[in-house]
Design a protein. Structure first.
Length: 666
DNA sequence: GGATATTCATGTAT
DNA sequence: CATACATGAATATC
């Protein structure tokens, strides 16, 4: 736990001087807050019992007690907006999430929204109420206090907008040297439109955000109320004591800019802000003000501080990923001499026990990467036998089963005959790599003129069909319009679930829109060809799938007017793929009614024939070791059977455990 | 209430 | 590939 970094430095650094002489509070209360007449609340006096294990489905009820506690936290910010009773009644639960969980959002009757509009005006909240877009959708009470659905919804809307803004920027002739910040633009737009939650600052848990959640931009955490500053590392709020006001720290981001020590998963040595690290103006002593003062006061008060750890993304080394690691308490503080010779503050934070592992999981994965010997339950280092660009481990740490039934691993789909299409199949004529915005590229034209992927390879929008460059296109193999053809990018593993057979998960995190894998197998004529639904190893585009909204909201991007593009998949004729005998990792992906992965048909031509592939993309950000799931849909025959027909074959009881579980699938 | 200072970001160039 | 640097947006504070 002793940081090797400070240990091997010849100059003595540690100077455990107390930071300042703050008088101890008259009433020294170990838990926050002290200025309340509220009945028993005691954050965490009851422990963390309701927490789910890290890999459990992240349902909205995952942390009910904590959220409730948060509600009762008497320390309201001084300028917090207090909703009236009637107000909350009107708005509670009025909106549904628009993501996959609830299908397409249904609007309430008009009277309700009129009432809404009027009330909003009364309260001087600026909000464009437009029945045709999704700007509306975060109720006033949800802006104050979030929940799981709202958090997911806002995250998805942020990233959809960010991706679309990136796409538009990519397509422009770049004026060289201009810095494109679609994250800031998207964040700013949503802030302005009040598409945000947990605006009321608070100590402790933020409802709707769970330990282990990941983010790829600071603006995401602003919108969710997890960490309000867009750059600063320390977030704090003014809290009223018996007589006076004092700043208390609510959350910190540790991401390597300062020389923090994050060797131990349960301890963080955090540096104060300002002064020493200010490379522009030269180093100065840090001052006991702003965030530093808040941390010092929080040490005295003993309140919980949220910790967000930022680190390099294991897949995309230039980008950063932020992990919400839960609540910590500050144990001590001291002053150190930095290399520059100036004083900096140091704060030692200890993770509050009983919380689910988050950073600890990341640390374990680091070890596995160095050598698989440390991986408990490892059966096979690579079930693909080298067929994929990345090995796929086979792991079982729940029972004695030694692996799934035999099958032949292939990395792509096998057609017995080509799809007959009316339009002639042809590729583009681009030389090196197809350039976004270049409408001479026929592959781009097939995608309505939009380049389907951003510069870092993330899918921008779902569409009925995505057209990629194919093997006979003359552009280079690294053309960005081949995102689904360049193999696995993440370290996946097939693992034994507790009650749903084998499943699929990843050592690497995925950001929303990342290609994960395709569905490989044999294209077959009819489901009956494999019999008994092929024991579930069948992908069938003719199933009935829940619709869901994933793309950006056109109303937020002027160029698009108000026309909303269709995003549901559309395959010319039903495509059925069996992975029973021949398949890839996708055959292990289980069904969920609240999935984190979706499928997207992708077409590219080869030898003058077009072929459709089924590609899987991350629906939202997926932390490592989270099971990957998609919606299997309902078979039409299953529906007929349910209506009173014969044998309801293929229809299986669902064990996904999501709060919105439909009860069965297939 | 508006302007300013502060800040563990980002993307691009070198 | 690590570092430089130009441009940022939210918030607290004046």
């Amino acid at each position: 736990m002793e940081g090797g970094r400070s240990g091997n430095n010849s100059t003595p650094i540690i100077d455990k001087t107390r930071v300042l002489d703050v008088e101890p509070l008259r009433t020294l209360v170990p838990v926050f807050p002290s200025s309340s007449n509220a009945p028993p609340f005691g954050p965490y006096s009851s422990g963390f019992a309701p927490f789910y294990p890290f890999s459990a489905p992240q349902g909205s009820q995952a942390t009910p007690d904590l959220n409730q506690q948060t509600h009762t936290t008497p320390a309201a910010p001084l300028r917090s907006f207090r909703a009236t009773e009637s107000y909350e009644d009107d708005f509670d639960g009025e909106y549904e999430s628009y993501d996959g969980s609830t299908g397409s959002a249904k609007r309430k009757p008009k009277s309700s929204s009129q009432k809404r509009a009027r009330k909003i005006q009364d309260l001087d909240f600026t909000l464009s109420v437009d029945e045709n877009n999704f700007v509306v959708g975060v109720s006033l009470s949800e802006r104050d206090d979030g929940n799981r659905e709202v958090v997911h919804s806002i995250q998805m809307r942020f990233d959809a907008l960010r991706r679309r803004l990136s796409q538009l920027e990519d397509a422009k002739e770049s004026p060289a040297g201009i810095i494109r910040r679609a994250d800031l633009k998207a964040g700013n737009i949503l802030m302005t439109k009040q598409v945000r939650t947990n605006m009321r600052k608070r100590i402790g848990t933020v409802p709707g955000v769970e330990i282990g959640d990941i983010f790829f931009f600071r603006m995401e955490m602003c919108l969710l109320g997890l960490h309000a500053p867009s750059m600063a590392g320390i977030d704090y709020m003014s809290v009223r004591n018996d007589l006076e006001e004092e700043p208390l720290a609510v959350s910190i981001v540790s991401s390597g800019y300062y020389d923090d020590d994050a060797e131990d998963k349960d301890v963080l040595i955090y540096s104060g802000q300002g002064g020493a690290a200010n490379k522009d103006k030269g180093a100065t002593d840090q001052k006991l003000e702003r965030g530093n003062l808040a941390l010092e006061r929080s040490l005295r008060r003993g309140n919980e501080v949220r910790v967000i750890r930022g680190m390099k993304d294991s897949v995309n080394q230039v980008s950063k990923v932020y992990l919400y690691d839960g609540l910590f308490r500050i144990q001590e503080s001291w002053v150190e001499k930095a290399k520059s010779g100036c004083n900096i503050f140091k704060y030692k934070l200890a993770r509050i026990p009983g919380q689910p592992d988050a950073f600890g999981v990341w640390k374990s994965i680091e070890k596995w990467r160095e050598g698989l010997s440390s991986r408990a339950g490892l059966i096979l280092p690579d079930i693909t036998s080298g067929a994929e660009s990345m090995p796929v481990a086979l792991v079982n740490d729940v029972d004695e089963e030694k692996g799934p039934a035999y099958f032949t691993y292939v990395s792509t789909v096998k057609y017995s005959k080509s799809f007959k299409l009316t339009q002639p199949a042809y590729g583009c004529n681009c030389r090196n790599a197809c350039q976004p915005g270049n409408l001479n590229c026929s592959c781009i034209r097939k995608n309505e003129g939009n380049f389907p992927y951003t510069a870092n390879g993330v899918l921008v929008c779902r569409a009925p069909m995505i057209h990629e460059c194919g093997p006979t296109c003359p552009c280079f193999p690294n053309c960005k319009n081949r995102a689904s053809q360049t193999g696995l990018k993440a370290r996946l593993e097939v693992f034994k679930t507790k009650d749903r057979g084998w499943g699929l998960r990843s050592w690497d995190s995925f950001r929303a829109g990342t290609f994960i894998c395709e569905y490989a197998g044999e294209v077959i004529e009819k489901v009956s060809q494999v019999g008994e639904e092929g024991d579930g190893y069948v992908f069938d585009t003719s199933h009935v799938y829940e619709s869901f909204k994933w793309n950006y909201e056109p109303g937020l991007v002027e160029e698009d007017g108000s026309i909303e593009a269709i995003e549901e998949p559309n395959v010319p004729s039903p495509l059925v793929i069996s992975s029973k005998n021949v398949g890839n990792v996708a055959r292990f992906m289980n069904h969920s009614c609240y999935p984190n992965v979706f499928w997207q048909p992708i077409m590219y031509e080869n030898n003058n024939e077009s072929f459709i592939h089924i590609a899987f993309f991350a629906m939202r950000h997926i932390p490592p070791m989270t099971e990957l799931t998609f919606d299997y849909g309902k078979s039409r025959s299953g529906e007929a059977a349910a209506d009173g027909g014969s044998t309801s074959r293929g229809r299986r009881k669902c064990l996904c455990g999501a709060p919105i579980c439909r009860g069965y699938f297939g």
